[in-house]
Design a protein around this ligand. Structure first.
Ligand code: ANZ
Ligand code: ZN
Length: 807
């Protein structure tokens, strides 16, 4: 009776073995060469409590790649941790009348269990959670160091305020003017906030995208657009009757003669000034403040404006241009003011038409347009016109060339409880003082009665009452916590050095940048940009010599069901838990890898899952049926001593290995899975009577190793049972044998004397007559015949077939 495939049993067994043997533990502190190390990182999950198929796909891809690299001889670092601070924990705590920490820890526990059940080869000794004090201590340290370098500062800022969730929202969290979670109408509020000066790195962040040759172009483009580098001119307009000037940023100084009005942002200082004396302006501004500040929303919102009684003087022709306050101008871009050219700019035209403002054409209607209505510049085509006008502006000191960025400084203050405390003390005398390093970490108080909507830290005396690190007098702690994007902007360092040696250790560069970073496309912009920024800050602090944190980036495709994204709201979710229960983890892993290349969307198919299960079962049964002969044989292809059919099988196996190895490199892991299936097809045909055991062991050994990264549990069990070795995870990855591949490129040529067969020689396909004669002389038997036949009258040579000596 052979043992039947019982994933539940063998998967538990393999997992226990890895734990016991610490198979995936890696030393990062010992001296090693960067090229021998492989750092494979999957974006750590938010501790939401449930693992969905998107996670499973993300982490399976990383795990297959990691296991493969280990077999290929690399020291592989594959860690896992938890992005564990954030709003959902607070909301859940309210719902469950619990505490965010309890909820979070419970979730970590259950998610970890599921990850272990999936058989992911993590070095669990490096597990981290961003809510751990040992972890965030270094984040607080970094903040203080950045402050010393002028890279963090506090300023009043208008923020999107969600009156229900009682928190500041990022622009992306405002959807159609409403809070993304609460759906409440978002208000604009001015409060003091901490900012990171990411704009100081705008140019580097833009330029270094070029060095990221192993990133998807789509992601690089998104980053580039987000940074939004733009070369243009600041043009200074005098305000009639006032001492100050109004500066505008334009990329089209060539259109200056078409500027028929000016438009300034509602929060421009000039607007604020006017609002003090003018009720209409004041109420217009108030009205606009209700509108979302998200750029996309501003672009599409109805163009509103109010005219002021100020006029600007156009420096190129001294014409008077009315100044408007308009809702489509961003204070945070350029100078917060524009010259409007309705003839050339769509937004300005829309505004002009609505408010009945003048439109002055500046380009002719010809195939090659040239300037018109533009004084001495008339007749110039655009490029030349721009050059000439900018030059004159610079010469007359009415303007200067400038590069601006769409990127803004990163607001990191959150008025929430469940986050890393910002390590600042507010002293009545000294102002905002950074905590002393020896006082870190500033711990988040845990024993707190959790209640919704309350600014908890602000009411927690034990937390905020402290003394000033500078003067020693009584003072209040900052009660804002960090944006959780900060928590995840440096975690890839902590996995390596684990905070033993500071935020990073010198040895970290033996592993940095991350060889392969895998995660969802939803993180294409912010997370990756913040991490790139922090890495550059660490570089400038001389804590690393690596400028980019992630060498290769893989954005895995989505998991779909019938063409739609799997999601709770659509009710089409398939739970990994149920599937593990039914088929075992190996089947899910195989399906995920087999069904689509990692970067493409994967459409769920119950039938295909079933098919994967059947495949694994077949392999299992086949090996079990042959288990005795496998146990008692040594692996050897026995290529010289087997029949032609078996030889062909062995050649086919090696040819399949060529494809598999080509595709492991370009991460088309799906062909590794289909390659394994192909191998099995060939292997199940092996029938030779001689040397069957050795040949089978050779072939099955290849199959198990190819399949191991994808179905690690089953192959682990079969490897040990078939006496292939102790731990397949440490076995050498299978590559094609060149000498066997060459066999396929060889032919057998018959040697004849006067038309009678005397023997055969093997030679390369298409070998010449001379080559064949050399081969004959090189073979004892044929050479003996050759020596007997002298003189040769005639030689008949048929390429790849025969050589006939006529004597
Ligand atoms: C006159 C003009 C004429 C403009 C024309 C464009 C086309 P990019 O290329 O994205 O950098 N602008 C400047 N500051 C702005 C702000 N704070 N809010 C809204 N719009 C602003 O865009 C630069 C152009 O965007 C600038 O050039 C300005 O309009 C507008 F045919 O000036 B332009
Ligand atoms: Zn003080």
């Amino acid at each position: 009776m052979i043992e039947s495939y019982n994933p539940k049993h063998i998967e538990k067994k393999a997992q226990a073995y890895w734990k016991q043997e610490e198979t995936f533990k890696v030393e990062t502190e010992k001296e090693s060469l960067r090229k021998d190390n492989y750092y494979c990182l999957s974006m750590f999950p938010y501790t939401s409590g449930n693992i969905h198929m998107g996670h499973v796909r993300n982490y399976t891809i990383g795990d297959v790649k990691s296991r493969l690299k280990k077999m290929q001889g690399f020291n592989v670092l594959q860690p896992m941790g938890w992005d564990s601070f954030g709003l959902p924990a607070e909301n859940a705590a309210i719902k469950d009348k619990s505490h965010p920490a309890l909820w979070t820890n419970k979730n970590i526990e259950s998610m970890k269990k599921e990850f272990q059940e999936m058989g992911f080869a993590y070095d669990w000794s490096r597990e981290l959670a961003t809510c751990d004090e040992d972890y965030y201590k270094w984040q607080q340290w970094l903040f203080i160091e950045m402050r010393k370098r002028g890279l963090v500062y506090k300023k009043d800022a208008i923020v999107n305020w969600d009156p229900v969730d009682q928190t500041v929202l990022a622009n992306e969290q405002v959807i159609d003017g409403r809070g993304w979670r609460s759906n409440a109408l978002v208000e604009q509020k001015n409060i003091a906030q901490w900012f990171c000066k990411i704009t100081a790195y705008a140019d580097e962040l833009d330029k270094d995208l070029e060095s990221l040759t192993k990133w998807p172009d789509a992601v690089k483009t998104m980053q580039k657009n987000w940074i939004g580098k733009s070369k243009g001119t600041n043009v200074h307009f005098e305000i009639k009757g006032r001492s100050e000037t109004l500066s505008v940023f334009t990329t089209r100084a060539d259109t200056l003669f078409g500027a028929t009005f000016m438009a300034i942002a509602i929060d421009h200082p000039v607007a604020a000034d006017l609002a003090k004396e003018n009720k209409d302006i004041e109420s217009f501004i108030k009205e606009c403040q209700k509108q979302s500040t998200a750029e996309a929303d501003i672009q599409t919102a109805e163009k509103k404006g109010i005219m002021t009684d100020l006029v600007a003087i156009n420096p190129v022709n001294n014409e008077e241009v009315p100044i408007w306050i308009a809702n489509y101008i961003l204070m945070s871009y350029g100078t917060g003011a524009i010259m409007a050219v309705p003839a050339e700019d769509k937004r300005d035209r829309e505004f002009a038409e609505k408010h009945d403002l003048k439109i002055v054409e500046v380009y002719s209607d010809e195939e090659k347009p040239v300037l018109i209505n533009s004084g001495k510049y008339n007749g110039l085509e655009q490029k030349k016109a721009l050059q000439a006008i900018v030059q004159d502006l610079v010469d007359s000191k009415n303007g200067e060339s400038i590069t601006t960025y769409r990127l803004r400084d990163w607001g990191i203050s959150r008025q929430r409880y469940w986050g890393v405390p910002i390590p600042i003390v507010n002293c009545a005398e000294c102002g905002a003082v950074s905590e002393k390093e020896e006082n870190l970490p500033i711990r988040l108080p845990k024993d707190i009665q959790y209640e919704y909507g309350k600014p908890l830290l602000k009411e927690c005396k034990e937390f905020y009452e402290t003394t000033c690190p500078k003067c020693g007098k009584a003072a209040h702690r900052e009660t804002d916590t960090f944006d959780t994007f900060f928590d995840s902007s440096w975690y890839y360092h902590y996995y390596i050095s684990q905070g033993k040696d500071g935020i990073t250790s010198k040895k970290n560069d033996q592993w940095m940048g991350v060889d392969l970073y895998i995660g969802g496309i939803e993180h294409a912009i912010l997370h990756l940009l913040y991490a790139r920024f922090i890495q550059k800050v660490l570089y400038d602090m001389e804590l690393t010599e690596v400028k980019e944190p992630f060498t290769q980036l893989l954005s895995q495709g989505m998991v779909l069901k019938n063409g739609a994204k799997m999601s709770k709201s659509k009710g089409n979710v398939i739970s990994p838990k149920t599937l593990i229960e039914k088929y075992g983890a190996d089947t899910i892993r195989l399906f995920i890898i087999f069904a689509a290349p990692p970067t493409q969307d994967l459409d769920w198919s119950d039938g295909a899952v079933e098919g994967c299960y059947r495949f694994l079962k077949k392999v299992w049964t086949f090996v079990q049926e042959n288990i005795e002969i496998l146990q008692s044989s040594n692996e050897d292809a026995m290529i010289q001593e087997i029949d032609q059919t078996t030889k062909d099988h062995i050649i086919a196996i090696n040819q399949t290995l060529v494809t598999i190895n080509r595709d492991t490199e370009n991460i088309h892991l799906n062909t590794v899975a289909s390659g394994a299936m192909k191998l099995f097809q060939v292997i199940s045909k092996i029938q030779c009577t001689e040397n069957f055991g050795s040949v089978l062991k050779y072939a099955v050994s290849i199959l198990l190793r190819v399949l191991n990264p994808i179905a690690p549990h089953m192959t682990h069990e079969l490897w040990q049972e078939g006496k292939f070795g102790e731990d397949i995870a440490k076995a050498k990855w299978a590559v094609a044998d060149e000498s066997i591949l060459n066999l396929d490129r060889q032919v057998t040529v018959v040697m004849q004397i006067n038309g009678k067969k005397k023997g055969t020689v093997t030679a390369q396909t298409n070998a010449s007559e001379d080559d064949i004669i050399q081969a004959i002389k090189g073979n004892e038997q044929t050479n003996a015949h050759m020596n007997k036949i002298k003189p040769i009258k005639k030689t008949i040579f048929v390429k790849n077939k025969l050589i006939n000596f006529v004597v």
